[in-house]
Design a protein around this ligand. Sequence first.
Ligand code: MRU
Length: 353
Amino acid sequence: MRGIKGIGLIKMNNLPIEWLGDKVRILDQTRLPQEEVYLELGSYQDIASAIAELKIRGAPAIGVVSAYAVALSALEIESKSKEGFLERLRGISQTLATTRPTARNLFLAIDRMEQVARAGQDVKQIKQALVNEAIKIHSEEAEATRRLSQLGAELIGDGVTILTHCNTGALATAGYGTALGVIKQAKKQGKKLKVFVTETRPLLQGARLTTWELNRANIPVTLITDSMAGYFISRKEIDCVIVGADRIAANGDTANKIGTYTLAVLAMENGVSFYVAAPTTTIDLTLGSGDEIPIEQRSSDEVTHIQGIGIAPEGTQAANPAFDITPHYYITAIITERGIIREPYVERLKKCR
Ligand code: MRU
């Protein structure tokens, strides 16, 4: 359209999350794709706010940055007694736990950090052990996404068109990516691919972030609004759908970005494969089904406004659940770093955690 310009490509100069010893550096995802802005966060409160405001987002990345938040805050605790130290750490973990209630990786990372703290001998040793553990969580998540991307790429044929939702790349995982990792790996194997990306209202992670990552990977991308998905799937223009996950219950029911369930139903109705890609840290065997997964409810402003500009009459009520649940029977397979899992999920997910 004349007069309307796209946004130029910018490059990523640093990693999306980096431990700097006394700070954590993150790429502010709310500023992409217009600007590449890095924030150096020096306290757990700053990190908790960055998570809540989606400056850093995506379940695996939230887990990694929360582990660093615990490590960072531990270094600042002045208590000399282990009990006093643990008490303080518990309060910090509780604050972090309130930021994004659906993301399983957040709770797993915090639990792991608490276990390390409890097992430590004295405060000095615990502080070092927590830093080491956070770095370990980061590298394990990165390795898991690299591995699951390799496994998942085998499911992708040459010349296919894939539909994906939200953002599941390096930005969201502090690693290689989940759904987007699979796509990038399939392209590396020399397969010709096209990717349809849903814009992902309300916060446009697809339009802003996934298109940006796919452009940088030289993968042809077509951006559609969320409501166009049925049109393209029913016309047989989509060969498969791949999405990430925020939490997977023991029976395979999957919480992911709002709109995922709609895509899964459309995929089944039209005989299209629907894949979920996630590291095993996203699987929550303590919950029997998706009914038990807490769904984050976000501010209605995110629906009534787009990037700060109001689009509805003032005072309009809006609902804003950030995630929905896709029942396991819509899911063709769950791609993890420990293998590709199909029904019966209850038995097979148990084995891989
Ligand atoms: O609200 P967001 O942007 O954090 O939601 C992210 C998603 O829904 C992703 O699909 C999910 O975290 C998996 S990311 C690898």
